[in-house]
Ligand binder design. Structure first.
Ligand SMILES: Cc1cc2nc3c(=O)[nH]c(=O)nc-3n(C[C@H](O)[C@H](O)[C@H](O)COP(=O)(O)OP(=O)(O)OC[C@H]3O[C@@H](n4cnc5c(N)ncnc54)[C@H](O)[C@@H]3O)c2cc1C
Length: 253
């Protein structure tokens, strides 16, 4: 993109130990160089983290997924990239390493703006942790690109927990591709808590999502107003699908 003119380019591809998927303390842990194709083919991801699996299948095309890496997506931090949205929706984390040592950065603190992250210049992203989805939690990953495989003009990642009565115990709504970084919309989540799911509630939450968008991207692909509108529509669709997949259960189970 010619945004940077590096004097030196380091190939991480042959560094041992930077690729692979494992499970640790309920989290799926991805070496930074794990390709998206590996994530897509992983039975562990498909069964334990279906939100991530669904998002992976929407990234570009098979050729892109076989070269692009989990760590590359997080470090690159494109506003419309799917993985940062999943990391926010699931309370994921990034493990960074430098000569000074290692540190863990929560996804909520990692994505600071368009193509900007909390990584320092001397830090290498070595691992990405995505907590497995709790059994019974509903989920949905929706987006709208101009053509299949393009970057999305807007998208949402939604998770929903229902209490034993079928009311919303908890919900998470992440909007991406709309502003310079993916964002969690707590005001919309609060409108859902304690409510019985239904069209009117979804519509109110979608309205809160639209209201929360202050500086939508406005470019050749879509105007800011259209992106805001899409964010609302995709929130409603995400809630319908997310609630449809949720299983009512006792809080904390
Ligand atoms: C045609 C096309 C369509 C695409 N469509 C989509 C899409 O729909 N959705 C989507 O999310 N992505 C999309 N992508 C992006 C793609 O999925 C890759 O994530 C992206 O190209 C980065 O590739 P990479 O993993 O090889 O990282 P690189 O290109 O090697 O690196 C990207 C940036 O991250 C830094 N970086 C990489 N790894 C690390 C690390 N471990 N530690 C610190 N910094 C690091 C690099 O220095 C660089 O600044 C598309 C790309 C193309 C070319």
């Amino acid at each position: 993109m010619r945004l940077a003119r590096p004097d030196l380019v380091v190939d991480l591809g042959r560094i041992p130990g930077l690729a692979g998927i494992s499970e640790r303390d309920g989290d799926l842990v991805f070496g930074a160089m794990t390709t998206k194709a590996t994530v897509e083919r992983s039975e562990l991801v498909r069964t334990r983290q279906p939100l991530l699996h669904a998002a992976t299948r929407l990234i570009g095309h098979p050729q892109i997924r076989s070269r692009g890496t989990v760590g590359g997506s997080m470090a690159h931090a494109d506003p419309a990239a799917e993985y940062p949205a999943v990391a926010l929706a699931t309370d994921g984390w990034m493990r960074a390493r430098s000569r000074r040592g290692e540190r863990t950065i929560r996804a909520a603190d990692f994505f600071v703006g368009a193509l900007s992250t909390a990584l320092a210049e001397d830090e290498l992203l070595v691992e990405v942790g995505i907590p497995a989805l709790k059994p019974g939690t509903g989920w949905a990953f929706t987006e709208l690109p101009r053509r299949h495989g393009d970057f999305a003009m807007a998208g949402t990642a939604v998770t929903v927990d229902l209490d034993p009565e079928g009311c919303v115990a908890d919900a998470r709504i992440i909007v991406f591709g709309v502003e310079s970084a993916p964002a969690r919309v707590s005001s919309a989540e609060a409108m859902l808590r304690g409510e019985r799911p239904g069209a009117a509630v979804y519509s109110r939450a979608a309205g809160a999502v639209c209201d929360a968008i202050r500086n939508p991207l406005d470019d050749i692909h879509a105007s800011g107003d259209y992106r805001r509108h899409l964010a609302g529509v995709l929130t409603e669709r995400g809630l319908v699908d997310g609630v449809g997949r949720a299983v009512p259960q006792a809080v904390g189970s």
